[in-house]
Design a protein around this ligand. Structure first.
Ligand SMILES: Nc1ncnc2c1ncn2[C@@H]1O[C@H](COP(=O)(O)OP(=O)(O)OP(=O)(O)O)[C@@H](O)[C@H]1O
Ligand SMILES: [Mg+2]
Length: 545
């Protein structure tokens, strides 16, 4: 088995993706202005052998237990008693009907055969907001065009011809024929639109799911996983997502599976990119996050952390490139799932921050610490004191907010690194309000016990005052509307009383009886045809009949 993987890994060439040697040194969390075109920087690492190894991973009860090699092996479909057989039998069907013989030449795809393996087209979800659909349409068209241009067939042809020798060495001809006509789950279920990011662990692609027509972020491990440290990280990420469930400030997880010895994770697509991207963008525009925006960021991420910590887990890799942004339409009400205590739904900036990249998550009770980015590492964790791990996340959050406030790139080690851990804040290009500055100072306190917990941050007056002010303004507006409505009702009531006193007089004058009390139209309430659907059948100009 090991030899087979060696063979396969040699064929999976990611060197053109700009991913090799992507250490934290050149990671985007430096937030130094640099423009990177992800699509040019990373060409899609296509799976060259579309093997039957594809499986959904179930989360174990103990999410941070060590994962032995044997567990990973079980994830492979070839070894699984159920899925592989069904997949293989499905995939072998077109092979047997098209009578592919095992001669090397006939393995090359004819256009007819390429049609057989054509991936299904993409459904359009009628519930997708128009803006999302419009933005994606162009990308879909481009992707479809390249598919139509036989790009996919060409890729498969190439993969088949370039890997023939390896196939010869490792696979019996019959299986090779079956594999040639297998579509990976990734290819058959998703249409890849673009590469949106490359991290230490994997590359992330913006994809549309063919079935539901919605956008997803699909993360694919860069290197084959078997037996590697990445295997642990990949599984940790999946376990953590599965255990955590849904929270508005944690990137939502949909599914994960192993494919060709690579882990694939399907997550919610965050249309605003990462906080790191947002910081770079601001720098390029010579702008800074305002005090209110910084407080909003701090509060929202604290809410996500509060949820993670209350589940007995810690993130251990909080940094700008692991915080994602979703643009929230201004009309949207409270974020689903947030309690009133936490969020009144009046987020000023119209963005929702979400914690993502759960590859370093571990449990607080039996921690297995895989240190994250050293620039954000709390001193106590470096010294292997794991007794206050949630406070390490708070420390990293403090540095993250400082970067958003315009702090220079963080040191990886050396004197400056230590000085930050002694509570010396870096110089900022803007003057923060004293309460916010003091709060950030507290987040970076060398003593983890002095740092506030995520729960405390969620209730902190410095962070909540913005929201409280906005909430008060909103309540004032609503109160004015209600006052106006009451005044109208009182007027109506007065008219009704008058009419009741002299009904005969009204009749003799030919006046209509007054409207019933309380008949004042309320917002969004229809008085006529309430039970029927709205229609425009009056031939009004401007409306199609
Ligand atoms: N859900 C998402 N929505 C939008 N963009 C995303 C999403 N997930 C990841 N990205 C983009 O991909 C980049 C890398 O993602 P991620 O942090 O999950 O990978 P990683 O390999 O674990 O990174 P690292 O270990 O360097 O932190 C992010 O910085 C971001 O630009
Ligand atoms: Mg990351």
């Amino acid at each position: 088995m090991a030899t087979l993987f060696d063979g396969i890994s040699q064929q999976l060439d990611f060197s053109s993706c700009g991913e090799e040697g992507n250490s934290s040194e050149n990671s985007s969390d430096d937030c130094s202005p640099r423009i990177q075109s992800p699509s040019s920087a990373c060409r899609t690492p296509r799976v060259q052998h579309q093997s039957s190894r594809s499986n959904i991973i179930s989360s174990p009860l103990q999410c941070t237990s060590p994962i032995p090699y044997a567990v990973w092996s079980k994830l492979r479909l070839c070894d699984s008693p159920s899925t592989p057989k069904s997949l293989l039998s499905k995939s072998s069907h077109p092979c047997s009907t098209s009578k592919i013989n095992h001669n090397r030449r006939t393995l090359r795809l004819t256009s007819a055969a390429a049609n057989l393996i054509q991936a299904p087209s993409v459904n359009v979800n009628p519930f997708t907001p128009d803006t999302v659909r419009r933005n994606s349409q162009e990308q879909w068209r481009n992707s479809c065009r390249s598919d139509e241009d036989d790009d996919y067939g060409r890729r498969l042809k190439h993969s088949l011809s370039s890997s023939e020798e390896d196939d010869e060495a490792f696979l019996p001809p019959k299986r090779r024929a079956v594999q040639a006509f297998m579509l990976s789950r990734y290819e058959s279920e998703f249409l890849e639109l673009e590469c949106i990011g490359v991290g230490e662990f994997g590359a992330v692609y913006k994809c549309v799911k063919r079935l539901d027509g919605c956008l997803y972020a699909i993360k694919r491990s860069r290197r084959p996983l078997a037996g590697s440290a990445n295997e642990q990280l990949a599984l940790k990420e999946v376990y953590a997502h599965a255990v955590l469930g849904h929270h508005p400030h944690v990137v939502r997880y949909y599914s994960a599976w192993a494919e060709d010895d690579h882990m694939i994770i399907q997550n919610e697509y965050c249309d605003g990119g990462s906080l790191s991207d947002a910081i770079v963008k601001k720098q390029l525009q010579c702008e800074l996050f305002s005090g209110a925006e910084l407080k909003d960021l701090l509060l929202q991420v604290s809410m996500g952390l509060k949820y993670i910590h209350s589940s007995g887990l810690v993130h251990l890799d909080i940094k700008p490139s692991n915080i994602f942004i979703c643009q929230r339409p201004s009309t949207t009400a409270a974020v689903e799932g947030e309690s009133e205590e936490e969020d009144d739904g009046s987020t000023s900036a119209g963005v929702v921050y979400k914690i993502g990249d759960l590859g370093h998550v571990t449990s607080t009770s039996s921690p297995q610490v895989e240190e994250g980015d050293s620039r954000f590492l709390a001193s106590e964790v470096l010294h292997e004191d794991y007794s206050h791990l949630p406070k390490a996340d708070i420390f990293a959050l403090g540095l993250t907010v400082l970067l958003a406030a315009g702090a220079p790139p963080l040191p990886q080690n050396g004197e400056e690194w230590h000085s930050l851990r002694e509570g010396k804040l870096p110089k900022l290009p803007q003057e923060l309000s004293p309460p916010l500055r003091d709060l950030l100072q507290l987040l970076l306190d060398p003593d983890p016990l002095k740092r506030p917990s995520a729960r405390e941050l969620c209730k902190h007056t410095v962070l909540r005052e913005e929201r409280t002010g906005r909430l008060a303004a909103q309540l004032r507006r609503e109160l004015n509307v209600e006052k106006f409505r009451t005044a109208m009702l009182e007027k109506e009531l007065q008219e009704a009383r008058q009419a009741a006193l002299s009904p005969k007089q009204n009749l003799s004058l030919g006046l209509k009886p007054p409207a019933k009390m309380g008949s004042l139209p309320r917002t969004g309430r229809r008085l006529v045809g309430r039970k029927t659907a709205r229609s425009m059948s009056f031939g009004c100009p401007g409306y199609g009949v």
